[in-house]
Design a binder for this molecule. Structure first.
Ligand SMILES: [Cu+2]
Length: 123
């Protein structure tokens, strides 16, 4: 009898937890797009690589790096960030044709850490 009467309470607890989790997950900063676009093939080497994020980030705790096919870094200077704190950019060295991989790591203003990667090719 007691177990049966507790059932609605359990169900509502599960629902509340699930909703809380969805809200937390949506507050993380995720990438919506990048420049260059993931898997794009370019005729000209980009001067800047950027990633566009869904939430504001802590720039001191976030970074964007670009590597060539040998794993050598091909960016220069420090990762910068737009005024609205949602676009992270890095300047590029002069690069030739080849495949490149960009990796990003951010801490959003809510303290959550996310990361991702994208790649592009220069013809
Ligand atoms: Cu978050």
């Amino acid at each position: 009898m007691r177990l049966i009467s507790l059932r609605p309470l359990w169900i509502s607890l599960v629902v509340i937890c699930a909703l809380a989790f969805v809200q937390m997950a949506s507050a993380h900063s995720e990438a919506t797009r990048s420049s260059p676009k993931d898997k794009s093939v370019l005729d000209h080497a980009p001067k800047v690589v950027s990633v566009f994020l869904t939430e504001k980030i802590e720039i001191e705790l976030s970074k964007l790096e670009v590597f060539d096919a040998d794993g050598e870094t091909v960016h220069k200077g420090k990762t910068t960030c737009s005024e609205n704190l949602k676009i992270m950019s890095i300047l590029m060295k002069d690069i030739g044709s080849g495949s490149y991989a960009a990796k990003w790591e951010v801490v959003s203003v809510d303290g959550h850490k996310t990361s991702g990667a994208f790649s592009f090719q220069v013809r």
